[in-house]
Design a protein around this ligand. Sequence first.
Ligand SMILES: [Zn+2]
Length: 320
Amino acid sequence: MAFRDILGQERVLRWLKAAISQNRLTGSYLFVGPEGVGKATVAINLAKVLNCLSPKEGDACEACISCKKINKGIHPDILFIQPQGQVIKIDQIRDIQRNLSFRPIMAKRRIIIIDQAEAMPEASANAFLKTLEEPPLDTIFILIAQDKHMLLPTITSRCQIITFSPLPSKVIEDFLKNQGFEPINAQILAQLSSGSIKYAMRLGQREIPINLFKLWSEKRVSIPEILETAHTLADKDTAELSSLLEIYQSLWRDVLMFKIGCKEFIINKEKDLETVASHWGLQKVLDIMEMIEQVKQKLKQNVQKRLILEELAFNLEEDK
Ligand SMILES: [Zn+2]
């Protein structure tokens, strides 16, 4: 993958390309923006472009030894640091410092990328700050974060901040189609994705709503099981929960379509759809869709999540 293959983010790429061609890149950058919009991809590709042995029209060739090593993650002068477990450990910062104490082995510009820089606890951040204060001339630091306020101001003030926007939903829709999603699913997921490819892919796995669907659609489900599902859902953040409910609602919409004989409008190709449709009467399916809609509205009003989900669960259970 090179700059030319990156989806969306034209503004950022235009800016970076101009900075490269005018030779005005500085020593430290902070890439800020929501999850899954291409921050790490752009950072890695910047490292590639700057070190490519035969760049073409300001982009990496993908064929030279430098491009190949970066693609495999084995370039000795391009470090990509991510949290180990929950945090970026102080040992990881020391590894960076050790690497910096030598001249680059093969790179024209050494690049140190710190992904999820918010995960630096104070000790790591302070150790890193020392490095950032005296950057070697041939090195560029790229910090990646979702929220710059989660970093020490002493760190952010030393970085040039580049803001990444959420991706347009058309970009995500096309990406999902290329990944083999049904066009209509790609369209729905793109709308739910808040502009994040990662989030769209996660929703695309749909494990939770499908489980929920099965749990609430099978005849013999005990009340403790129903409550457990409701409580698991209540622990999710409101945005994720709304998206899950949206998908849940779309599953019930499919049950409706099945029941009224409009199979061509079914979105989620669920193998259990027919069984589920046979369990429920038409009016009840309509009621359930309405109930889910009400839960979505209540979520917006900050009503306690646990309560409204329990209520939904019990209503679903009723007169099965
Ligand atoms: Zn190359």
